[in-house]
Design a protein around this ligand. Structure first.
Ligand SMILES: Nc1nc2c(c(=O)[nH]1)N[C@H]1C(S)=C(S)[C@@H](COP(=O)(O)O)O[C@H]1N2
Ligand SMILES: [Mo]
Length: 301
């Protein structure tokens, strides 16, 4: 299927000047060392947007099914069996059923996209994802005309997920999008990072990525996608509705009740790690601003 979107961000939008490595240095160093032949194309598409290191992306995670510490997922997520894997697509679709992961991969066009990633905890990274547009997967199942929302569910495997013993959240982890958000070409299902299969701690074998929303919307290890006509429940909203809304769009002007959302700490960069201003809709306002025309984003947070 055709590519519908080109990354137009520039490094000035995101990279602290003092940690910016030029593209040639990265190609010669990090990317080559990882054996990432195809990263050049992604970097070109991103116009110099500087990705976080593979180490930061895969060692500093949130995946509460494997523990609430940032290093717990990297330590424990190897317990998750990711093959065989299938995704149940049901609800308001023409072809409901269990879709085998390999069949999905055969049908989809995999591409690389470098996206800003912003956690609600006010830190951020830049991640080179590999994956496909969610819209293409939904098209495979045939979305019916009365569908208005898309609900997502993570695997729930108490034997493989040590974190689900604790009632931090009401398991399984669930998320949702409005159908137009789900169909937007920026919304993707990621299956890789830096050209390699996505590590378990980042949501193997496939996870949602919605770059203009806080990270918790980007649900990992998806086993079910349901098209509905009602706004679906979402885990963090159920846990604390005052602090976490359904939309969760990155917005420097709407603070979390317990902390400011006006700036973010860029993960990585060692001594030079610093805070940068947070951008409206995480820098994707030109692309997705229209989805929220006329909505009061402090009310629909
Ligand atoms: N199933 C599931 N998905 C999840 C989470 C989780 O705990 N469980 N954490 C969310 C949060 S809060 C963030 S910030 C991102 C982190 O993604 P990363 O670890 O790949 O950076 O995953 C999101 N998806
Ligand atoms: Mo997060």
């Amino acid at each position: 299927m055709a590519r519908r979107w080109k990354n137009t961000l520039s490094e000035n939008d995101v990279t602290p000047e003092n940690v910016f490595l030029n593209r040639r240095q990265l190609m010669a160093g990090g990317a080559a060392a990882l054996g990432l032949g195809s990263i050049g194309g992604a970097l070109e598409a991103a116009e110099g947007l500087e990705p976080s290191s593979y180490e930061d992306i895969t060692q500093y995670n949130n995946y509460y099914e494997f523990g609430t510490g940032k290093s717990d997922p990297a330590q424990n997520a190897h317990l998750l069996t990711t093959a065989p894997w299938s995704v149940k697509i049901d609800g308001l679709v023409d072809k409901p059923g269990d879709y085998a992961f390999e069949d999905i991969m055969k049908a989809m066009t995999i591409e690389e996209r470098i996206y800003r990633f912003r956690c609600v905890e006010a830190w951020s990274m830049v991640i080179p994802w590999n994956g496909f547009e969610l819209a293409d997967l939904l098209a495979m199942a045939g979305v019916q005309s009365d569908a208005k929302y898309v609900a997502f569910e993570t695997a729930l495997r108490p034997d493989e997920m040590p974190g689900v013993r604790y009632p931090v959240l009401d398991w399984p982890y669930v998320e949702g999008l409005r159908l137009d958000e789900a169909m937007h070409p920026l919304t993707m299902m990621a299956t890789g990072i830096y050209g390699k299969d996505i590590p378990n701690q980042n949501g193997a074998p496939l996870r949602l990525v919605v770059p203009w929303k806080y990270g918790f919307k980007s649900i990992k290890s998806v086993v079910r996608i349901t098209l509905t006509d009602k706004e679906p429940p979402t885990s963090w909203n159920q846990a604390n509705a005052r602090e976490y809304g359904f939309y969760s769009n990155v917005n420097p002007e709407v603070d979390h009740p317990r902390w400011s959302q006006a700036s973010e700490r860029v993960v990585g960069g060692g001594l030079f790690s610093k805070r940068v201003p947070t951008l409206m809709l995480n820098g994707y306002a030109d692309e997705v601003g229209d989805l929220y025309a006329g909505m009061d984003l402090s009310k629909f947070f």
